[in-house]
Design a protein around this ligand. Structure first.
Ligand SMILES: CC(C)(COP(=O)(O)OP(=O)(O)OC[C@H]1O[C@@H](n2cnc3c(N)ncnc32)[C@H](O)[C@@H]1OP(=O)(O)O)[C@@H](O)C(=O)NCCC(=O)NCCSC(=O)C[C@@H](O)CCCCCCCCCCCCC(=O)O
Ligand SMILES: NC(=O)c1ccc[n+]([C@@H]2O[C@H](COP(=O)([O-])OP(=O)(O)OC[C@H]3O[C@@H](n4cnc5c(N)ncnc54)[C@H](O)[C@@H]3O)[C@@H](O)[C@H]2O)c1
Length: 724
């Protein structure tokens, strides 16, 4: 809320706070500007924020209550600012995001502190800059740069903003004084050349191509998310239409997005991600009371698929890292892989490559010697998914590492308590489950065992934040949250192959839904051997399987041996160049359908007397997604996740669930729980041997209670005390 307006004669200073209720600020800005306009003692106006911050833009929570016809609109007040006959200067400290940058674009001059940053992040909230930003920015900095900022929502620092022409001056200190000085200096000068609405967008010979290429690019990346495409359309309007008509088009597109379910979903994710940082446990420990210990040196054990990505993430965050392997050959392979990942990352971020301190080799040490781990503040184990091996390593670590060291495991599913039992410090043992590829994926599931201390949880969460990841605290059970839900999803995908689908058909349906990768491409990337090892560990296949067990049954449950058969044929996915697809060579990324696999599936169905049938996209989606969601309800009821938001954050940042669909639990709430229940009932009747299709008791209860909104679900959960 505009909380302070004081006169620094002859400059009128308008201050407003960080995140604003649009209507209150808009009203206050309107009054302030009008007052300054009519006061003959005022020669110029400076608009600034409080406490070193210009503004983070509109209050996102307020969007749900914006009514058509809300007056005065932010856009009209920005017009008022621009039309003012007295120069208006924006003094930007901290950040100017969204509507705040739009206010600054309405000002005649913009001065920023060197540490300030600006951006139009609306696209990430399922919207577009709705107060003239899509029309003024292209007029100020040209179409290509405006498209880049508006369609990605990226923030730029003052120096870059100056280069782009967004701001006029950078100050090392005292931005407001500098703005007042500038306002005094320009007072009385003509303002038309400073009014962006009067400017033409700079014409370019290849403008049509720029706009159509931008459209193709955003459509390809958006996976069904509408806002980037609408942003391009709005910028296109700035090129093709006069300012006022462009503004009308911007408003039309904004309203369309505002009323779309996608904007609601993306705004839900914004808050869910933040809520996930505020963890609590049933013992009363929480983010408020537990403080993270400083972590300077981290050791990573195992430089396979996951270890190398984890090391890369740590080095990128400038942490000192020791990486350990089991033998010289693996160490060399791992070291080469890390080096190449770091080089690739540096080439993606040239500004890092230019910094002399970037990826300092002194920060990274490769070793075969466990004793080097002695002074590590925190160790992350990423060896094979094998309980005996992990326990052996944790036993060793417990003896070698200094008493304060935290011991983390990257296990995908194994019991944290059992791993901790191999140490003399179970309170310092925790799961830090990174996702593949670990240098890219944002999620780390933080799994605490029965004895894990609050400080250990806080430290693991702190480490995740330091390296730019999103930690979500979950309870300990087989597969935790993400993989426990992934199991019925992947199981359905394989059952669909048995029944007649091809991997590509299943992947296409789920990629069409918006996933980064369909289940088979994802499994090939992660490595089929990881699941195989786990199934062998559980006695579902391999030497521990009781002789005479039918190939497609485990107990009375349907089982598909297809993934095991692939592994027995040496098909581990991308790493071996063959999996559910074929690849040009081991490690190559482009998945091509493999005739061998299709023939293999035909022979498999014949051998098991399965009659292939046509399965439509609706059935593929419902069976894969609704069984996953069903497990999510079970997880909530068991207290393994503390709320649906945590599950959604896990799925968006760990499994490539399309953000504009808000995560599986949010998606379920938009479909309606009665429909999910009815479909699960239908499929479980058709497949009584798939217990994971039987609707969870918690889902049934919520439907019985009248399908309450997601925010109320947990008040009906069955568990007495959270396992978290
Ligand atoms: C600001 C950040 C960079 C800070 O990051 P940091 O890591 O320091 O902290 P947190 O992220 O943890 O945040 C702390 C705390 O603050 C909450 N919060 C942050 N930003 C917002 C916000 N914008 N709104 C609400 N709450 C916010 C956050 O949730 C945390 O609290 P919590 O309790 O959850 O822990 C970072 O937070 C950040 O990036 N924020 C988002 C910034 C952003 O996206 N800004 C843009 C907002 S959208 C906008 O400005 C839209 C404009 O284009 C204006 C459009 C005007 C529309 C008017 C048109 C109406 C049309 C209606 C139809 C009428 C028809 C007619 O009249 O004709
Ligand atoms: N691959 C994935 O997508 C994925 C995702 C999340 C978690 N995980 C989990 O991460 C862990 C590692 O999986 P991965 O896919 O990286 O396996 P991987 O087979 O690619 O790599 C394991 C590495 O550990 C090394 N190793 C084995 N024993 C060792 C020892 N005694 N000392 C030092 N190094 C040793 C191996 O040489 C190998 O390089 C597993 O627990 C797995 O379940 C895997």
């Amino acid at each position: 809320v505009l909380n302070y307006a004081s006169v620094h004669p002859p400059v009128h200073l308008l201050r407003y706070t960080v995140v604003q209720d649009i209507s209150a600020v808009v009203r206050a800005l309107e009054q302030g500007v009008k007052k300054a306009d009519v006061d003959p003692a005022v020669k110029a106006v400076v608009i600034c924020g409080t406490n070193g911050t210009f503004s983070a833009g509109a209050d996102i929570r307020g969007f749900s209550s914006i009514q058509a016809g809300d007056r005065p609109s932010l856009a009209s007040v920005i017009d008022l600012i621009e039309r003012s006959e007295k120069p208006v200067v924006a003094a930007i400290e901290g950040m100017a995001l969204g509507g705040a940058l739009e206010v600054a674009l309405g000002c005649h001059y913009r001065v920023a502190h060197a540490q300030a940053w600006v951006g139009l992040p609306e696209v990430t909230l399922g919207l577009l800059p709705g107060a003239g930003g899509t029309q003024r920015l292209p007029r100020l900095i040209g179409v290509p740069a405006a498209l880049d900022l508006i369609t990605t929502g990226k923030h730029v620092l003052a120096a870059e903003a100056l280069k782009l022409g967004i701001i006029d001056e950078i100050m090392e200190e005292n931005t407001i004084d500098a703005a007042i000085h500038l306002a005094n200096k320009v007072s009385g000068q003509p303002l038309n050349s400073r009014r962006l609405s009067l400017k033409q967008v700079q014409s370019l010979p290849n403008m049509d191509a720029i706009l159509s290429e931008a459209l193709v690019k955003v459509k390809k990346q958006a996976r069904g998310c509408l806002s980037p495409e609408m942003c391009v359309q709005a910028v296109k309007a700035s090129v093709q239409l006069p300012f006022t008509e462009g503004i009308r088009k911007e408003r039309e597109l904004f309203n369309l997005l505002l009323s779309s379910g996608q904007a609601k979903a993306l705004q839900y994710v914004f808050f869910a991600q933040r809520a996930a940082q505020k963890w609590t446990t049933s013992s009363g420990a929480s983010w408020k009371t537990a403080s993270a210990q400083p972590i300077r040196k981290v050791a990573v054990i195992g430089l396979g698929t996951m270890g190398r990505g984890i090391v890369t993430s740590l080095v990128k965050a400038k942490m000192s890292v020791v990486a350990l392997e089991q033998d010289q050959k693996q160490l060399e392979v791992g070291a080469r892989a890390v080096t190449s990942l770091l080089e690739r990352e540096a080439s993606k971020m040239p500004w890092i490559g230019q910094r002399p301190d970037a990826c300092d080799p002194a920060l990274l040490q490769f070793t075969l010697d466990f004793s080097v781990l002695q002074d590590a503040d925190l160790v992350i184990e990423a060896v094979f998914e094998d309980m005996a091996l992990k326990k052996e390593i944790f036993h060793k670590l417990s003896a070698i590492c200094k008493p304060g060291s935290f011991l983390c495991t990257n296990t995908s599913a194994l019991d944290i308590d059992e791993i901790a039992s191999a140490t003399s410090r179970p309170h310092q043992v925790i799961g830090t489950h990174f996702f593949s590829p670990a240098h890219v994926m944002k999620l780390v599931e933080i799994i605490h065992g029965r004895h894990t201390s609050p400080i250990t949880i806080a430290t693991a969460m702190g480490l995740a934040k330091t390296i730019g990841k999103i930690g979500v605290v979950v309870g300990n059970c087989f597969g935790f949250v993400g993989n426990r839900m992934m199991a019925p999803y992947a199981e359905q995908a394989v059952f669909l192959l048995e029944e007649g689908c091809k991997p590509k058909e299943v992947d296409q349906a789920l990629e069409g839904f918006g996933f980064n990768l369909g289940p088979f491409r994802m499994l090939d990337l992660a490595g089929l051997d990881v699941g195989w090892r786990s199934r062998k560990g559980q006695g579902l296949t391999g030497p521990k399987l009781a002789p005479g067990t039918p190939a497609r049954l485990r107990g009375r449950r349907r089982y598909s041996p297809l993934p095991d058969l692939l592994c027995e044929n040496g098909r581990y996915g991308q790493k071996t160049g063959r999996g559910w697809y074929q690849y040009e060579k081991p490690g190559a990324r482009i998945a091509n359908p493999d005739p061998w696999l299709h023939n293999f599936l035909i022979r498999y169905r014949d051998a098991h007397h399965i009659k292939a049938r046509f399965i439509d996209e609706e059935e593929i989606l419902e069976r894969c997604l609704y069984t996953l969601i069903n497990e999510g309800f079970q997880i909530l009821d068991d207290g393994i996740a503390s709320d649906p938001e945590d599950i959604d954050v896990i799925y968006i940042y760990g499994y490539g669930w399309p953000k504009h669909r808000g995560g599986p639990m949010f998606y379920a709430s938009t479909i309606g729980l009665p429909r999910i229940l009815a479909k699960l009932q239908k499929y479980s009747e058709a497949h009584p041997d798939i217990p994971r299709m039987q609707p969870s008791a918690f889902l049934k209860k919520l439907v019985f209670l009248g399908n309450p909104p997601l925010k109320e679900w947990m008040s009906h959960a069955g568990h007495q005390s959270s396992k978290l």
